[in-house]
Design a protein around this ligand. Sequence first.
Ligand code: PGA
Length: 246
Amino acid sequence: MAGNWKMYKTVGESVALAEMLKEALAGVGDRDIVVCPPFTALYPVAEALKGGTIKVGAQNLYPAEEGAYTGEISPNMLLDMGCQYVILGHSERRQYFQESDQFINDKLQVALEHGIKPILCVGETLEQRGEGRQKTVVSMQVERDLQDIPAEAMKGVAIAYEPIWAIGTGHTATPQQADEMHAAIRANLCGLYGERVAQGVCIMYGGSVKPGNVDDLMAQPEVNGALVGGASLDPESFARIVNFQP
Ligand code: PGA
């Protein structure tokens, strides 16, 4: 269960949110919980969450050790800040920063080489769904983004199915739509890596997940987790989402 804070919250606001979540979720031991604050708040949030059940992720990384890449953040810098996860290929990055599948694949390789667990986001636009191409589009993203990633590395990879038309719009995919796409992604992984590896990959749903719809989404057999944007900015609603009851 992961919260993507996007470009919200100052350091002070982030630490306050992290502290509230740490307390609210202290007793939760049967599910992985991750928060992904903006880069500026990663270190103080990781410090605030020390000794608790919540892990920290970044929202991006640059696929190089170090170098003259003005404005970018390396995998070692993320590790240095206590980061264990990274969101890669989010549709906002694909759309606003022209990130290609090749670039996302580079980032995935580098993240895994450094022991940072990627949450790889894939998903179709409303137009692509209207044309009935959602499975083709998503399967192409999965195959290109995972190119040359070996089977043994897949236990560190989570995939988030995030239909673009559901992100930040209040329009959630129905539990059945989510389950059907997750099953298609699982079948894709099965083709690439075989049944055993495919069954072990956590496939999360993202796109307007809220306290009111999380239980039904998580009740679907192919939905293994949630990547939450807007509703993760409020401690009560994120705590409720993490404590889903399928
Ligand atoms: P949302 O965002 O929950 O605000 O729709 C999800 C995401 O972009 O990860």
